[in-house]
Design a protein around this ligand. Structure first.
Ligand code: CP
Length: 337
């Protein structure tokens, strides 16, 4: 597979053929991710998990995915805890840390920083989010989830009518997802945001050039009724010049049970890259949706482990050796009734 020995810095690096192969490998990871089986295929390998910006699910699911394949994880979190705070360059940091790791996952607040780091790395580097630029592994797990959710309704990707909702200007997950959707043709995509937070033109162009039917709007009513998948995003307050400016959009596109029942198709799928901002004045995705079968946000986070396991396996070239290092689980799995 073409991922072997390669960096994953951008979704521009992946083709449709590669995605289809990757998703088959991701599906083969399910017995290990759900603790039906154990594989030790990466025993002895070390992941350098370097997160210089806050993260819960990307950081932990990278680590969890590597552990589930039998590898060890060495973690660095926060710029102030690293020698970057003393003026060390990304190049030097990469030269050093790639001597300690077999593969590195990295998040950094500046666009282009992970690519700069990769330039100095002697091992493959995976982009875990570089500022407002890209979040390729999130886009892959989002696309995997869209496939899974549509399949559960006996639909395929060709049936997708997707509404991207919220802060489309700063949301790197939707920037990467648009680029992946540009690999398909003839989909329906609605881009709904406050005008000041609209999707950058370069991503809209990718969608229109792929022949998708793209609608742009700024009200929920314009985006919800025709969607079979709704992808809500958080207002990315850390990307605004001031908190006051970000506060203008808090609660702007609130999606709750009443709005969902009134405007959405029955069982419309709700996705969100998370974290959702659950503070009272934000509530972009209310807790009263938690029992809706269409709410796919935690199936989405579970899928993150499958897709990241598949990426590690393919980049390190062990995707065909999983069974060779397999054994049964010897502990109790889940909660006893
Ligand atoms: N979706 C996502 O990137 O979440 P974290 O910021 O918690 O990693």
């Amino acid at each position: 597979m073409k991922l072997k020995g390669q960096h994953l810095l951008s979704v521009k690096d992946v083709s449709l053929e590669l995605i289809n192969d990757l998703f088959k490998v991701a599906e083969s990871m399910r017995p290990y991710a759900t603790r039906q089986k154990v594989t030790r295929v990466l025993e002895g390998a070390v992941l350098g998990n370097m997160f210089f910006e806050p993260s819960t699910r990307t950081r932990v699911s990278f680590g969890c995915a590597f552990n589930l394949l039998g590898g060890e994880v060495r973690e660095t979190t926060g710029l102030s805890n690293s020698a970057l705070a003393k003026g060390e360059s990304l190049y030097d940091t990469a030269q050093v840390l790639s001597g300690y790791s077999d593969i590195i996952a990295m998040r950094h607040p500046e666009a282009g920083s992970v690519a700069e780091f990769a330039h100095g790395s002697r091992v493959p580097v995976i982009n875990g989010g570089d500022g407002p630029n890209e979040h390729p592994t999130q886009a892959l797990l989002d696309l995997f989830t869209i496939h899974q959710e549509l399949a559960s309704q006996d639909r395929g990707i060709q049936d997708l009518s997707l509404t991207l909702l919220g802060d489309l200007k700063h949301g790197r997950t939707v920037h990467s997802l648009c680029q992946l959707l540009g690999l398909y043709q003839g989909l329906k995509i609605q881009l709904i945001s406050p005008e000041a937070l609209a999707m950058p033109t370069k991503y809209v162009d990718i969608l229109t050039n792929a022949g998708h039917q793209v609608e742009i709007g700024n009200t929920l009513e314009q985006g919800l009724p025709q969607a079979n998948v709704i992808y809500q995003t958080r207002i990315q307050e850390e990307r605004f010049s001031s908190q006051e400016e970000a506060n203008r959009y808090r609660g702007y596109f609130r999606l709750n049970k009443q709005i969902y029942s009134q405007h959405c198709q029955p069982n419309a799928v709700i996705m969100h890259p998370l974290p959702r901002d659950s503070r009272n004045d934000a509530n972009e995705l209310d807790n009263d949706l938690n029992t809706e079968p269409g709410l796919a946000i935690f199936r989405q986070t579970d899928n993150g482990v499958l897709v990241r396991m598949a990426l590690f396996a393919c980049i390190l070239g062990v995707e065909n050796q999983l069974h060779q290092y397999e054994r049964e689980v010897n502990w109790f799995v889940g909660l006893d009734d």
